[in-house]
Design a protein around this ligand. Structure first.
Ligand SMILES: C[S@@+](CC[C@H](N)C(=O)[O-])C[C@H]1O[C@@H](n2cnc3c(N)ncnc32)[C@H](O)[C@@H]1O
Ligand SMILES: Nc1nc2[nH]cc(C(=O)O)c2c(=O)[nH]1
Ligand code: SF4
Ligand SMILES: [Mg+2]
Length: 269
């Protein structure tokens, strides 16, 4: 069960701790990681949906999707800085053998590599949720890549706050074929595209064609998942049937967002 109030759990993050340091700078892994939340839930998305998993959510992102369901890791980063030992101790206090490292963008940080190596040594199955723009050489059991389409780009009309420089930065950085190639070559992977409608499909086909040209790894259609855009039950109800139909039409896989069905947009779920 998700822990609704992290202060009830041993070794915890005080979610009220607000640290707005700039998080995109490389740091010494010994400095730990900026952690927005750490909780146990069911993996809600992708090939491993339904598996009890501990989620470690780093704060800070190099992109700014207008629809980001983790606003406090991207548009308004909020976190406590935890040592890797504290993070591992908190993970070990839960009864789960799957760990999902997510964010924000967890591969911004060299310390994520050290955390993944420590978890690997302890025998955990690790999934990394990443936007695919940054490659790091790390022991990962499943790299869950969610390349960002044009429909994710924030504009003054569809931005949760002042868009500033982010329309250009997001658009320039959202697809990096070199990183995508190296990520799919290194580990078992899934490509999980956030989809709103049919207009997203030509770009997905283009990204797949470019990736298949760029890599020797085999990218099967069953590794490609269409995920409905929606951070709330209400929004998902508008998108999911359309996206399921598109998966059938194009021969890709559909992934639900089980946690949204179960717990809507509650934190730590
Ligand atoms: C918050 S992101 C963190 C990891 C990484 N930054 C990324 O985007 O893959 C975790 C997952 O949530 C997805 N996501 C974020 N907001 C969403 C929304 N409104 N609807 C559907 N999926 C969303 C992302 O595409 C990604 O697969
Ligand atoms: N239950 C649950 N499953 C998830 N799978 C990926 C998530 C993420 O935010 O990366 C996520 C999440 O936030 N909650
Ligand atoms: S890349 Fe991920 S964390 Fe960053 S803004 Fe987009 S959905 Fe949010
Ligand atoms: Mg999430």
């Amino acid at each position: 069960m998700p822990v609704s109030d992290s202060t009830d759990h041993e070794g915890v993050i005080d979610r009220k701790l607000v640290d707005t340091e700039e998080t995109n700078e490389p740091r010494n892994p010994n400095d730990g990681l900026p952690i927005n939340e750490l909780f146990v839930s069911l993996q809600g998305e992708g090939k491993l949906a339904g598996i009890p998993s501990v989620f470690v959510r780093t704060s800070g992102c190099n992109l700014r999707c207008w629809f980001c369901d983790s606003y406090h890791t991207s548009w308004e980063p909020t976190h406590a800085r935890l040592d890797l030992e504290e993070i591992v101790a908190e993970i070990e206090s839960y009864d789960a053998d799957h760990v999902v490292l997510t964010g924000g963008e967890p591969l911004l940080y060299e310390a994520s590599v050290k955390l993944l190596a420590d978890l690997d040594e302890l025998g955990y199955h690790t999934t990394v949720e990443t936007n695919g723009t940054i490659y790091r050489d790390a022991p990962i059991d499943l790299v869950s890549i969610s390349p960002k389409l044009e429909s994710s780009t924030p504009t003054p009309e569809r931005s949760p706050t002042d868009v500033g420089e982010w329309e250009q930065r997001h658009e320039a950085d959202r697809i990096d074929l070199d990183s995508l190639s190296r990520l799919v070559e290194d580990a078992a992977f899934q490509l999980k595209f956030v989809v709103t409608g049919e207009e997203d499909l030509p770009e997905i086909l283009d990204v797949l064609e470019a990736l298949r040209d760029a890599t020797d790894a085999t990218v099967r259609d069953e590794d490609v998942l269409l995920m409905p855009e929606g951070a709330t039950r209400t929004r998902l109800a508008e998108t999911r049937t359309r996206v399921a139909d598109l998966a059938m039409t194009y021969g890709f896989r559909y992934t639900p967002r089980l946690h949204v069905d179960l717990w809507n947009d509650a934190p730590e779920t």
